[in-house]
Design a protein around this ligand. Sequence first.
Ligand code: PMM
Length: 304
Amino acid sequence: MSIHSGRGSVTGLPEWDRCAVMGVVNVTPDSFSDGGRWFDTTAAVKHGLDLVAEGADLVDVGGESTRPGATRVDEAEELRRVIPVVRGLASEGVVVSVDTMRASVAERSLAAGAALVNDVSGGLADARMVPAVADAGAPFVVMHWRGFLEGGNVAGVYDDVVREVVDELHARVEAVLAGGIAPDRIVVDPGLGFSKNAEHDLSLLAHLDRLLGLGHPVLVAASRKRFLGRVLAGPDGAPPPARERDAATAAVSALAAHAGAWAVRVHEVRATADAVRVAHAVEEARATGHALGAASARGAEGAR
Ligand code: PMM
C-alpha cells in the first residue's frame, strides 16, 4: 500500500506500484541536453529500447525541441522524425508517450501505437489537440505553459508561483475536461523551466503536494534543467553542462517520488530507476513501520 493516495493511476496505461520512470528520446538535432544524439530513426529506437532495459517504464518520443530560443520545426518534419520511432518502439511492446504540441502528430502517433500524449502546451498551441485526444480516448499530459519561449523566458513573472501554477493548471484541466478528455486520463505537470527561473522551479518542487491537490497524477520533468545547473554551480557561478546533471536529476526523482509524483521524466534512466525504487522501499517501511519497528530493532541487535 502506498502512503500517497495522491499518486493515482491513469486509465489506458499500465499501473505501477511506485513512481513510474519515463525515459526521454529526443529525435531532434537541437534539443537542450541531448540534441543530435538520437536523430536517426534506428539509433532513436535502439536508445528507447536501451532506456527500457535500464528501467524505464515508458518512453517519451519528441521531434521538436522546446528549449528557450528554439524555433519550431514544420509539421512534415516533425512527423518524419517521430512516427517511425513511435512505431518501432510500440511494436517492441514499449509503452510510448509522444511529446508534441501538434494534433496531427498526436493522432498519427496514437495510430502508430503510442499510449499517451504529452503536450507541453497543455492543448493551447493547437486548438485541434484536445478534440483529437478526446476522440482517440487517449491519456493526456497537461503541462503548465504560458506560451512559446522564442525570444526568451516569456511571461515568467509571478507573485506566488505555486498558487498561480496550480490555478492556471486547474483552469487548463477544466478546459480539457470540457473538451471531452476523461478525468481519469489526465496527468498534470508543473512545467519546470517553462517561463520559470530556478527559484520558481524549486518552489514548485517544494510544494508538489499542492499540485497533487488538483486530484490528478503528477508528472515531474526536472531532468538536466537549468535550475539544477544553478544549484550545482561552482564558486564562479558557472553551471555544469547538462549531461553532468544526472546525479542531481536522480536526487530530484527520489524527492518527487517520495512526495507522491506519479512519474518522473528523465534522460538518464538507470539512476532514476534506482531512486524511485529506494523511495518506494522507504514508503513501504513507513506504511508497515509501527508493527515491524520493534521486531527489526531486536533483529538488528542480534546481528551486531
Ligand atoms: N520538458 C521538456 C520537454 N518535454 N514534457 C513535460 N511533460 N514536461 C516537461 O517539463 C518537459 C516536457 C524539455 O526538456 P528536454 O528538451 O530535455 O526534453
